[in-house]
Design a protein around this ligand. Structure first.
Ligand SMILES: [Zn+2]
Length: 422
């Protein structure tokens, strides 16, 4: 029998008590106040976690990882201008290898800020897949559809890829990702939904990000974006929609009825002046909302700690400080994202994927500890992160992530190459 890989996190703070956490084969096997050392396999690695807290890791439910390469390239303008005059122009120059290194940079940044999972929508997904496999994190990788940027052949290739590569790696799921209602027409939307259902995959898209999107949809179809998708019959519990900034009550009721999950991207929405998601109304309707950073070109980082605090603060700007409390904000940044993309993860719980952050309780921003969640959501920054674990594997060693220097060196090179490319 092959030896199983085991890790014991010894003496760690969890939910107001000190526990031992045994991880076997990437799963939380046992969580208990005392696991006797003599009960362990001889090759179990033991990590002393005194003065550390174990918390669920972050699950970034909407991003475009490789856009780290366009970080700071075009700021302070509207989504339309940003996309058409800057981002799409620059993206057309990107080559496969650029995407690989940009994805590695994104993952490096994510690991250092406690994220073990991201849902990605971009081009050259093979390169992002390679980056995920080599980095040790997990991801739902989108096969992206955009009719304005693709010919018929490319669309067929996408559907073939979904079928052939569905089980590419245990740490990767694929998802069907029609970019938006303005980049994909109704027939292709219906086909995307059909294929997603047949293959048992999540369907993810952008929705109602700007007022212009809503107005254009109304003009073209007589319906608002969510009503339009409902009329196509594509909404169900396997659908995850990002942004959802401009919804009316009728649309909220449709999303509730169809059990659609949403992804809130507060920083991107604020930076592009897209508007503000109505957290109170969505909570009232008990719609599941996860959290995402969106791409680094509109954020400009992938830091879920920062995103979580901003989400909590933004939700309170309408005069109700009780909306989205610290625990809810953290759950949105962790469990909700894992659930939306159908991973058995997001909590420190037996039988779940062993994903976790070990937080240094001696970090100055974690003291004094009246409430752990309060410190984590409202006070901490990434420096309090001692270790990040994905599927039972620690991803930080001596404060560094695997290949860290190599990644930074290649980003400098790719950036230099890009400037000279026309
Ligand atoms: Zn996006």
């Amino acid at each position: 029998m092959p030896s199983m890989s085991s890790l014991l996190i010894h003496s760690v703070y969890k939910d107001s008590e000190i526990v031992d956490v045994l991880i076997q084969n990437g799963i939380f096997k046992k969580i208990s106040t005392h696991i006797p050392l003599n009960s362990l396999d001889t090759d179990t690695k033991i990590v002393d976690a005194s003065q550390k807290a174990i918390l669920p890791a972050f699950y970034n439910a909407h991003t475009h990882a490789a856009m780290t390469l366009l970080r700071g390239y075009a700021d302070d303008m509207s989504l339309f201008k940003w996309l058409h005059e800057y981002i799409w122009v620059q993206e057309s120059k990107l080559q496969k290898e650029d995407i690989y290194w940009a994805s590695r940079l994104a993952i490096l940044e994510m690991i250092h800020s406690g994220t073990v999972f991201f849902a990605d929508m971009y081009w050259h997904r093979e390169e992002t897949i390679r980056a995920v496999i080599e980095s040790g994190v997990k991801a739902t990788i989108g096969v992206t559809f955009a009719e304005n940027l693709m010919d018929k052949n490319a669309i067929e290739k996408n559907f073939d890829f979904l079928k052939e590569m569905k089980s590419v790696h245990p740490r990767i799921k694929l998802a069907v990702m029609p970019h938006s209602i303005y980049a994909v027409e109704s027939d292709l939307w219906k086909r995307c939904a059909r294929e997603a259902r047949n293959l048992g995959l999540v369907l993810h898209s952008h929705i109602s990000e700007t007022k212009e999107e809503v107005e254009t949809c109304l003009k073209k179809t007589g319906l608002r974006p969510v009503e339009y998708l409902e009329s196509l019959g594509v909404l169900d519990e396997n659908v995850v929609l990002a942004h959802a900034v401009h919804l009316n009550e009728k649309e909220i009721q449709i999303l509730k009825k169809r059990k659609v999950s949403l992804v809130h991207c507060p920083v991107s929405n604020m930076k592009l002046s897209s508007g503000k998601l109505n957290m109170k109304a969505l909570q009232k309707a008990q719609i599941s909302v996860a959290l995402g950073t969106d791409g680094a070109a509109s954020n400009n980082n992938l830091d879920m700690l920062e995103e979580m605090k901003i989400a909590a603060l933004l939700a309170k700007t309408e005069g109700d400080p009780e909306v989205l409390n610290a625990k809810e904000a953290f759950s949105m940044a962790s469990l909700a994202g894992a659930k939306a993309y159908q991973w058995n993860a997001g909590e420190i719980k037996e039988t779940q994927d062993a994903d976790a952050i070990l937080v240094d309780l001696n970090n100055e921003r974690m003291l004094p500890m009246h409430h752990l969640h309060s410190n984590w959501v409202y006070s901490a920054d990434s420096r309090a992160i001692h270790q990040v674990i994905c599927n039972g594997k620690p991803l930080i060693e001596n404060k560094k992530v695997k290949d860290e220097d190599l990644i930074l060196e290649n980003i400098r090179r790719v950036h230099h190459d890009l400037k000279n490319r026309h």
